[in-house]
Write a protein that binds this ligand. Structure first.
Ligand SMILES: Cc1cc2nc3c(=O)[nH]c(=O)nc-3n(C[C@H](O)[C@H](O)[C@H](O)COP(=O)(O)OP(=O)(O)OC[C@H]3O[C@@H](n4cnc5c(N)ncnc54)[C@H](O)[C@@H]3O)c2cc1C
Length: 379
């Protein structure tokens, strides 16, 4: 994927930011199981959160490659959770506002989103419905000029610390399944809205994950995103970006794990020589690196198609499937190569293995990716 001088300058300043402002705090944030709001504000001030957004709202007006650079560099912060929380804000929720929002909605919310003063979350998944998005049951009923939302969501990233929630709800019972959903912008302090439990997870500890409760939450008509009945189509189009970003994070973090492995194999000795001299391990490292490079090229190919506005659902699904599963194969072997140390919390590969186990599940499971790819092939 060709990156220009501007992309590389952005990369350099992000690298420095990750080194100086994130890495020293990662242990603390993992322990507390959340990333502080101040990180969003700091990143916002430095222009990292709105690189792609239109300048009239405070954004940088850059292209999609800039967002790829953001995800690549954040993935190297040694906490999948920190990267996840930020990318949910920049690439997995707020882009819907740019693409489908009205001028008034953009003016109202985008400047604060870009400055990291309003943290965004995407609320699709419900206790009884995940993959089968069209079956979700949170309901929005029209009442005069308002909509009244009732239901529950779960597994919502940035759910605890969110300010603006992109909420998918059912607005029709009849008609085609894909025309029954709409999306709403729900502000945190809206009466009837509450954050339920903060959920305990296996990994991604620095990203907060919550249940959300909607008890007759009244939102004004102007908080409907786009047209009524368009929610499913909006979500499907936005999910391409989300899945690409998942692939980018996985490729970048896997490359870092490979660097950790190479260093460890050179430094650790057994039977009188460095581990790197055992062909079984060196060849395994070669296989891991080959898979990571294949995933990178497929992801860049999908990202290029996406950036140029071409139909890319099949290739994006392939990139998401392959890169997220590759990261987990790399994680398994990286832990194995580190022996007992690979099972210890102070070693980065241990967290990588826990954190990246999420990605074949979130943003569309591997099974759903295979379903999308095979349906397209068999059509
Ligand atoms: C840490 C974390 C953060 C998350 N963040 C968010 C968020 O911010 N916002 C949000 O809305 N959601 C979020 N999610 C939810 C996530 O996207 C869902 O967990 C995911 O889509 C799967 O849904 P589910 O858990 O209900 O599993 P289910 O849909 O119940 O699936 C269970 C199993 O059945 C398989 N399956 C389902 N349908 C099929 C099929 N047709 N063919 C074959 N197999 C199938 C699945 O692949 C899976 O293996 C998050 C989840 C986690 C764990």
């Amino acid at each position: 994927m060709p990156f220009s001088e501007d992309h590389e300058l952005f990369r350099e300043s992000l690298k420095r930011f990750v080194q100086e402002e994130i890495l020293p705090h990662v242990e603390e944030w993992e322990e507390k199981e959340e990333t502080p709001r101040s990180l969003f504000e700091q990143m916002g001030e430095l222009g990292f959160l709105g690189a792609e957004y239109p300048p009239e709202y405070g954004g940088g007006g850059a292209d999609f490659r800039m967002s790829v650079v953001l995800a690549e560099e954040l993935a190297r912060c040694r906490s999948g959770g920190v990267a996840f929380g930020v990318i949910v804000h920049t690439d997995m929720s707020s882009p819907w506002l740019v693409h489908f929002g009205t001028e008034a909605q953009k003016r109202r919310y985008l400047p604060d989103i870009i400055l990291g003063r309003k943290i965004c979350a995407l609320a699709i998944t419900e206790p009884d419905t995940g993959s089968d998005m069209a079956a979700l049951s949170t309901r929005a009923v029209r009442d005069g000029d308002d909509w009244v939302l009732t239901g529950a969501k779960t597994f919502i990233t940035n759910g605890v610390n969110g300010d603006l929630y992109f909420v998918a709800a059912r607005t029709r019972d009849g008609g085609p399944r894909r025309e029954r959903l709409s999306q709403f912008l729900v502000e945190r302090d809206t009466p009837g809205f509450s954050v339920g439990r903060k959920l305990k997870k296996t990994g991604m500890l620095a990203s907060d994950t919550a249940e959300l409760v909607f008890d007759e939450v009244r939102v004004p008509g102007e908080n409907l995103l786009g047209a009524e009945g368009q929610g499913f189509a909006q979500l499907v189009s936005g999910l391409q970006r989300e899945r690409l970003m998942a692939a980018v994070l996985c490729v970048s973090a896997a490359r870092q794990a490979l660097e950790d492995c190479a260093e460890y194999l050179n430094q650790r000795h057994a039977f009188g020589r460095p581990l790197s001299r055992f062909q079984a391990l060196a060849h395994r490292l070669a296989d891991m690196a080959t898979e990571a490079e294949a995933a990178r090229q497929l992801t860049y190919h999908a990202a290029s198609l996406f950036a140029s506005g071409q139909e890319c659902t099949r290739v994006v699904s392939m990139a998401k499937l392959y890169a997220t599963e590759m990261a987990n194969r790399v994680a398994y072997h990286a832990v194995q190569m580190h022996g007992g140390y690979g099972y210890m919390r102070e070693y980065a590969v241990e967290r990588f293995a826990r954190d990246y186990r999420l990605w074949p599940i979130a943003s569309g499971t591997s099974e759903i990716m295979r379903e999308i790819i095979s349906r397209d092939l068999l059509r």
